[in-house]
Design a protein around this ligand. Sequence first.
Ligand code: FES
Ligand code: FES
Length: 78
Amino acid sequence: METPKVTQKMPYVIDLNPGKYYWCACGLSKNQPFCDGSHKSTSFTPIMVEITENKKVALCGCKMSKNKPFCDGTHKNL
Ligand code: FES
Ligand code: FES
């Protein structure tokens, strides 16, 4: 199985407005932590997350979380 590129060994902590977002699973996007279509040369596809109210989220930057697209602390062991 392909391994995603580790973008950074920490989450992206950002404020999001309500809406649908596409988290980059491959690590190749130049618009981290969101998908910019760069996964097309890989077997990865983005993960959609729907936000229903303004909130701060911690999106995984290492791409190894077991609770994608959210950080679950896995980056601490990389
Ligand atoms: Fe990484 Fe789309 S660019 S999943
Ligand atoms: Fe990936 Fe925390 S940044 S698990």
